[in-house]
Design a protein around this ligand. Structure first.
Ligand code: ACM
Length: 518
């Protein structure tokens, strides 16, 4: 059986050539020093689906699949690669290991979809079309965010989510770990964060409109958290797939679960519960020195667990009501010589920025961190639109474009809401994600390099299960991956849609509960 070439994301340059390379039990595998991992993945896949235990070979030659680290390909960067398939050999080359990993992803998408089967599939023609591919990503930050706070997502699903990211050459897993409705990361110094903060008594049913009137609850406790050992496992799993994990610990807003665990972190005398409803909450961290110290202690444990450069501190949606009304917060503001509560927020974030920068890390936060002045080293994730990203990039800060209007995967996928599961609102069909352009024209051409890339956001207020996550994430993350990887000149929605038909067969075999595209 032959099949059209359908790689997602579309490579930067691909030339189809006549002929095919046939894989059988005698096909040999060759890996240069440093290229063993990519060869080992392919070997394991072919053993599982075809029963071929490909022998290793020391020399290039006929009937060989070779993975080679090749320093002469440095111009393709750490993630670029060349993949040449002729009737007699397959040669994947890259300057660095991530490039070889991406060559492997493309190679697998040249094979029959059954390469993605969880088990042996008899009667498959294990061949691939001859091609010449030279490929590298447009952006270095190709992300997906998963909200494990609103609904706890089991570790095994997180691993599957990471596998699917790798398939699409996404490389940045933003893990939203704390929020009003749950604290999901074990912190050894402060055990109540998970003993108390990881559990809520019940959850609001249906759409919630920021008023408690007439609200119905499900009466079912919900919760869970990741131990530090589990976090280490996830980080290592991602790293093996060349994915960096960016943890997010929210502050000063979206803090109610933490305040429920440690009331001294809040602004009120009376205790709070872990929130059971959605929306922007007015219960935020206070601005006492002791609270800042508590949070830098938390960040110290976070940095131990997550070796990547960026630590996300949230910073979004922090209502200033409690700070305005709290005599203690006002006294702090005056003692610090700050004009208003926006400057208090900025003071808070700058404190965290200094702490992270002093330890060789970089702070990233939602675009509200621009309010009251942005910390020197901070990077901005632009979600309220593109304005925050534009302002930050033009001011010389790195940005990740994550605007709600094009990258929020919790929004509806089609206009007929009656045919869709209940969602938070909005409408972002597949094509809208695909057509999103991460570099707005309003960014000075000399500052465009500050756009690190883009990512999709999977907020889970209305997405309670792994199956529901997959339904909302796919195939829209396929489109986002192409936006993040493929040069604009190679992008074409109709061609993507055609390739997607073949790609869905892969997602079927990977048991992904995607939404069927229109
Ligand atoms: C956000 O959606 N509040 C970042």
């Amino acid at each position: 059986m032959t099949h059209a070439i359908a790689i997602i994301p579309q490579p930067a340059a691909l030339k189809a050539l006549p002929g095919r390379f046939i894989i059988d039990a005698q096909t040999a595998l060759l890996a240069s020093a440093g290229a063993e991992a990519a060869a080992a993945w392919l070997k394991a896949d072919l053993l599982r689906v075809a029963g071929f235990d490909l022998p290793a070979q020391a020399q290039p030659g006929s009937g060989v699949i070779e993975f080679r680290l090749d320093s002469s390909l440095g111009r393709l960067g750490s993630e670029g690669y060349r993949l040449e398939v002729t009737p007699t050999r397959v040669l994947a080359r890259a300057a660095q290991a991530p490039g070889l990993f991406y060559a492997l992803q493309s190679l697998k998408q040249l094979l029959p979809a059954e390469i993605f089967s969880p088990e042996r599939v008899p009667g498959v023609d294990w061949s691939l079309p001859c091609v010449e591919i030279e490929d590298l990503p447009r952006f270095g930050w190709r992300g997906a965010m998963l909200d494990s706070a609103r609904h706890f997502m089991p570790k095994d699903f997180v691993l599957k989510f990471i596998d699917l990211m790798a398939l699409h050459k996404l490389n940045s897993f933003h893990w939203h770990l704390t929020d009003d409705q749950g604290w999901r990361i074990e912190i050894k110094k402060y055990p109540r964060l998970t003993e108390v903060g990881a559990w809520r008594k019940q959850t609001v049913v249906g759409r919630f409109y920021d008023t408690l009137e007439g609200v119905i609850y499900d009466g079912t406790p919900h919760g869970g958290f990741y131990t530090q050992e589990e976090i280490r496992e996830v980080v290592a799993y991602a790293r093996a797939r060349h994915i960096n994990v960016v943890p997010e610990v929210e502050m000063p807003g979206h803090a109610q679960a933490a305040i429920a665990a440690y009331p001294q972190l809040g602004n009120l005398a009376e205790p709070l519960e872990v929130s059971q409803v959605w929306g922007v909450h007015e219960h935020v961290f206070n601005v006492e020195e002791s609270t800042l110290n508590f949070l830098t202690d938390v960040l110290d444990e976070v940095m131990e667990l997550f070796p990547g450069a960026f630590i996300h501190v949230g910073g979004d949606e922090c209502p200033k009501k409690e700070w305005k009304e709290s005599p203690a917060a006002q006294a702090r503001r005056q003692a610090l010589g700050l004009a208003d509560e926006h400057e208090l927020q900025s003071y808070f974030i700058r404190h965290m920025d200094r702490h992270l920068s002093g330890r060789g890390r970089r702070l990233i936060g939602w675009d509200e961190i621009l309010e009251g002045g942005l910390a020197e080293n901070a990077a901005v994730m632009s979600w309220r639109g593109e304005e925050g990203g534009i302002a930050a990039a033009n001011a010389g800060h790195d940005v990740v474009m994550a605007p709600y209007h094009s990258t929020y995967l919790d929004y509806y996928q089609s206009a007929d809401e009656s045919k869709e599961p209940l969602a938070i609102g909005g409408l972002i069909p597949l094509e809208k994600v695909y057509e999103y352009e991460p570099i707005p024209e309003a960014i000075d051409p000399l500052k465009q390099h500050h756009v690190l890339g883009t990512q999709g956001q999977l907020w889970t207020e209305y997405i309670a299960t792994p199956e529901a996550c997959e339904y909302m994430a796919y195939p829209r993350l396929c489109a986002l991956a192409e936006t993040a990887w493929t040069p604009p000149a190679q992008k074409d929605y109709d061609a993507f849609h055609r390739r997607l038909q073949a790609h869905l067969r892969r997602l079927d075999l990977l048991e992904v509960n995607y939404r069927k595209p229109d």
